[in-house]
Design a protein. Structure first.
Length: 535
């Protein structure tokens, strides 16, 4: 393709007496291609036979051209090379920026080559547990059963435990804690709903603990509490102060010589736990799956799913068995017999096969390598473990840790009673006698319920206004209750019963009456007939 500027230049150069070879050389030196030069020379017309520039012709245009050649056109630079270099520089800068972002983990996708190995992160978090001196925590455990069938009985059940609060152990001389515990257990059996539960708050300040019980629901245990003379209204909502000396005195009453060996056992148990943990880690009895990171109010967190590798666990089981056996023997147990280990390993293998896959999710802080959350969720069929029962049991666990190594403020409650003052009424002789009489009366209540259950009537509970010692199944028990009540200062219980109702009462040493009646009723009435309402 011709160019008017080149054509004009060629014409003027020829007019100035320049040879085509010199013209061509000058144009080539100014960026024009040989093809472009040839096309333009042809367009103007050939002067010689060849366009080649020999050695004798290697002269620059400035040496041979006159003033009129100063306007020789320059070849336009191709933009392709410039664009290429711009793109190349951009890629280098972008690559460097991306490398920095990945290395600094400002952006940390799962494929990041600078991302730390999951096992390294988990082991570091395990080691960092030793550095935790204070934290807030939540531990939630739920166990539920649906369509459970056993012994021709079908029922559902649910157990939940919610523990929350905080602890600060940074000062050994002033340990602090504020913990709330909420426990509920319920079952639905034959259209009857049974619920037991309660809430407990515990505050620890140094060597002093404060305990409060609320929302106490005893369900069928109400009867046994009443039989023991326990009035839950006297327990609920009261702060009880328990200092170290009082706690130690009470513990000594129940533990005896056991307290002297507690520290040694705790040390040995910790050493055993460390050995087992080290072995499990070295043998890698787990598989780790890396999941998408989580963003939380306390910063980003790694998310891993850790599952038990059954084959590797069973392979290391003999080592674990030896450790446990050694610990047991050091604490007075007999040495295992030949074949015990293989039997235990077979049972463990069968158990894991029935249980199926087991895994937990770990959430670890990306900036501090501290364990922040642990979750687990598992369903299993009872029929795999028991030939005469069926149904599905679900287990869910959620543990969260926050405000790690931050100070905690805990204050003592404004109103409280000491443990000694709280227990004082229970130590009083008159109180103890009254409680014992009530316990005997509640035993009579239980016998009445059993008689009604077997005979569909309360009538045989009483005979001529007194307890019926001739009752075929419970007569002996009724006589014992009668004699015990009299022996500790109560009057001979009077008793009235018919098919659908009953009332039994005894006069206490202070002149008041205590009665029991149908529907688990208690009161201070004197029974005059089976229809007397105990209240």
């Amino acid at each position: 393709m011709t160019d008017s500027r080149v054509v004009d230049y060629i014409k003027k150069a020829r007019e100035a007496g320049q040879r085509d070879a010199d013209i061509k050389l000058a144009l080539l030196q100014n960026g024009w291609s040989e093809q472009e030069v040839n096309e333009n020379l042809l367009a103007v017309g050939l002067e010689g036979k060849s366009f080649d520039a020999g050695p004798s012709q290697q002269k620059t245009m400035s040496a041979q051209a006159g003033p009129e050649q100063k306007t020789m056109p320059a070849r336009k630079k191709s933009p392709v090379l410039l664009v290429f270099f711009i793109i190349l520089i951009g890629l280098v800068l972008a690559g460097g920026g991306l490398a920095y972002v990945l290395y600094s983990r400002i952006w940390d996708p799962l494929w990041n080559p600078f991302r730390p190995d999951p096992e390294t992160v988990i082991l570091k978090a395990w080691e960092n547990l030793k550095t935790v001196e204070s934290e807030n925590f939540v531990t939630q455990i739920t166990i539920s059963g649906k369509n459970i069938t056993a012994n021709d009985t079908n029922f559902n059940f649910n157990f939940s435990s919610d523990l929350s609060g905080g602890a600060d152990m940074s000062d050994p001389n002033n340990k602090l804690a504020d913990v709330n515990i909420d426990v509920t257990a319920s079952a639905d059996v034959k259209e009857n709903q049974i619920t037991v539960g309660g809430k407990v708050e515990v505050r620890l300040i140094g060597d002093t603990a404060y305990i409060k019980i609320d929302d106490l629901t005893l369900g069928p245990l109400e009867f046994f509490a009443a039989a023991a003379g326990i009035d839950k209204s006297q327990i609920q909502g009261k702060w009880i102060k328990l200092d170290e000396s009082a706690a130690g005195a009470i513990a000594t009453q129940y533990s005896g010589a056991q307290e002297n060996i507690g520290a040694d056992q705790e040390k040995n148990l910790q050493e055993l736990a460390d050995k087992i943990t080290k072995t499990l880690i070295e043998k890698k009895v787990y598989d780790i799956k890396e999941l998408t990171d989580k963003k939380t109010s306390e910063g980003p967190q790694y998310h891993y799913s850790v599952s038990l590798n059954k084959d590797r666990f069973i392979a290391v089981f003999p080592d674990l068995f030896d450790m446990l056996s050694e610990y047991a023997q050091e604490n007075g147990a007999l040495a295992p017999e030949a074949g015990d280990m293989e039997k235990a390993r077979t049972e463990m293998s069968n158990f894991l096969n029935k249980l199926g896959a087991v895994s937990i999710d770990l959430f670890i802080g990306k900036t501090d390598n501290l364990l922040r959350r642990v979750t687990a969720d598992k369903d299993f069929e009872i029929s795999k473990f028991n030939d005469v029962a069926s149904g599905t049991v679900s287990v869910k666990v959620n543990m969260e840790h926050s405000n790690i190594n931050k100070p905690l403020q805990v204050s003592a409650p404004e109103n409280y009673v000491s443990l000694e003052d709280f227990l004082l009424p229970y130590r009083d002789t008159a109180y103890a006698k009254t409680a014992a009489i009530k316990s005997g009366m509640n035993g009579i209540l239980f016998s009445a319920k059993m008689i009604k259950s077997s005979e569909q009537s309360y009538a045989s509970l009483c005979y001529k206004g007194l307890l019926n010692g001739y009752q075929k199944e419970y007569g002996k028990s009724l006589i014992n209750f009668n004699n015990d009540i009299i022996a500790i200062g109560g009057s001979k219980p009077n008793c009235f019963a018919n098919a659908s109702s009953f009332c039994v009462s005894s006069q206490l040493s202070d002149g008041t009456w205590y009665c029991v009646g149908k529907d688990n009723t208690f009161g201070t009435m004197k029974c005059l007939s089976a229809d007397t309402i105990c209240r």
